[in-house]
Design a protein around this ligand. Sequence first.
Ligand code: FES
Ligand code: FES
Length: 152
Amino acid sequence: MPTLTVNGEHHEVAAPPDTMLLYVLRNDLGLTGTRFGCGVGLCGACTVLVEGRPVHSCDAPLWSVEGKAVTTVEGLGQPDRPHPLQRAVIDEQAAQCGYCLSGILVRAAALLATNPRPDADDVRTALDGNLCRCGVHNRVVRAVLRASEVTP
Ligand code: FES
Ligand code: FES
């Protein structure tokens, strides 16, 4: 049975190895924070981290993440202990429908892990592949910069 580690927890799942990670997360593990957008690797809504790197989970078969550490938006923080990015998104009111945000948050977390003090252009470049049909981009950039001020 395929095994994977998500947000620090080890799981065995019954899904076939060629099942896309997005469906495993949502349907087998109940982690519905990761969203289905385009389903073909173009919108970024389904982004998760695999070994700290952003990956489109709609385009990543289960076999490709076996034995690797997957982080979803649920693994960044929780309502009682939000990640600085989650706190900053709230403070900047950087959401309308919120559908794009889980992918944006994990990709921004990967950015801050490698570049703790990005400038606005760094943030825009990093998030270039994460589409938002509500148009919250400028607020998201401000939120990531705000979070970078409190990220160690
Ligand atoms: S749903 Fe995966 S990139 Fe759009
Ligand atoms: S806030 Fe609605 S898609 Fe981004």
